[in-house]
Design a protein around this ligand. Sequence first.
Ligand code: Q46
Ligand code: ZN
Ligand code: ZN
Length: 306
Amino acid sequence: MKCKKCGQKASFNMRQHKLALCREHYLEWVPEQTERFIKKYGMFTREDRILVAVSGGKDSLSLWDILIRLGYQADGMYIGLGIDGGIQYSSESQRLTQEFAEARGLKLHVVDVEREHGQSIPMLAMKTHRGFDKPCSVCGLVKRHEMNRIARDLGYNVLATGHNLDDEAAVLFGNTLAWEGTYLLRQGPVLPAADGLARKVKPLCRFYEREMTAYALLSGIEYIYEECPFAEGSTSIYYKELLNQLETTRPGAKLTFYLRFLEARTNGLFREKPEVVQNMHPCSKCGQSTTAPDLCSFCRMIEKVK
Ligand code: Q46
Ligand code: ZN
Ligand code: ZN
């Protein structure tokens, strides 16, 4: 297999794009494509202050790397979840993230959930009885809340996450199985800013997971290979496996599924339930917008465990 651009031996082949590239051209191609998606979906400009949520995994570190290469103002934020024991997931991912930032002279904000709110994610999950064995719902709530809080307090207007096509297709698959209109409407490359919450963007949403793995490996980014121990057996991993089977027999199926959805969404196929919009108001404690009567679900959880 030869590189389509220079004719040298290709390092990476993308069946779904009918494109093979050498290392050098692959490392050019990924940022070029990212820039194209940023413009196409109107994600941000070089004037925006971007906060990248970094977990120490290949996607978020690659995203940060790409945005810096492209000349955007992008700082990082790492949230310490306190998920240790066994593979020391949190401490190891934090170490790799800090090393990544130091080696490149980048600004990284580290938020430790336990130091900030008195409880780690596993402790919160246990005390609230929300997922004794799987703290993922608590974890998602905390991560969302903390990202919004840091972006607001430190004056970032854009929040970028490293979700790739496999992530987005799996979420889409789940939401489609249940025809979750409100979720479907809110899923996309850009979620506009609203009620003091920063705009949320996913610049990698059109890259396959294996494309991002190749990018991280070929550019020599050191990332945590292990997934969070709680990810094992999750529904989203099951959906990813199903979609991978489909992709094997029909290369490009995942991308088509996602892109056609974006088209349908733009064409007004999904609508938000009117009551959701009407009931939005700021939480009386933290000020983030919520549909709950007084405190948002994050603040209610923190009150409960106190
Ligand atoms: S970090 Fe948190 Fe994930 Fe671990 S506890 Fe679940 S949600 S699996 S992306
Ligand atoms: Zn080449
Ligand atoms: Zn609140």
